[in-house]
Design a protein around this ligand. Structure first.
Ligand SMILES: [Zn+2]
Length: 117
């Protein structure tokens, strides 16, 4: 909660901002972020420690690790998410002491259009 002075109809009043700041950290690269959002949310970033993969932050102070889930089956020309080294990755899973989330790199659907007569 943050207090600040604002003007309202020519008077200076004290305003109270009910949206508090939330501090986040990346368990892999150590990058931090501050958000001011009342709704449930999780910020993401391109993590240098995970070879450029998009990874979620966790609340600052929470002990966590990111677990990479590499694709183990044959790619066969499918559009998959790869890290900077070209290895296909299916997900990044942030694991904390009491919960486990998952960021899935879903394979996009593809289609081909053919011209008709
Ligand atoms: Zn990171």
């Amino acid at each position: 909660m943050r207090r600040e002075l604002v003007t309202h109809q020519g008077c200076i009043v004290e305003g109270v901002d009910l949206v508090s700041e939330r501090l986040w950290q990346c368990p892999s690269c150590g990058m931090g972020r501050v958000t001011r959002e009342a709704r449930p949310h999780t910020p993401f970033h391109r993590c240098v420690a995970l070879a450029g993969l998009t990874a979620p932050f966790v609340e600052a102070g929470v002990r966590a690790v990111h677990r990479r889930v590499e694709r183990e089956d044959y790619v066969a020309g499918e559009l998959v998410q790869c890290d900077a080294a070209g290895r296909p990755v299916m997900a990044v899973v942030p694991e904390t002491e009491d919960r486990q989330d998952c960021t899935v790199f879903a394979q996009p659907a593809t289609a081909q259009a053919r011209g008709g007569n």
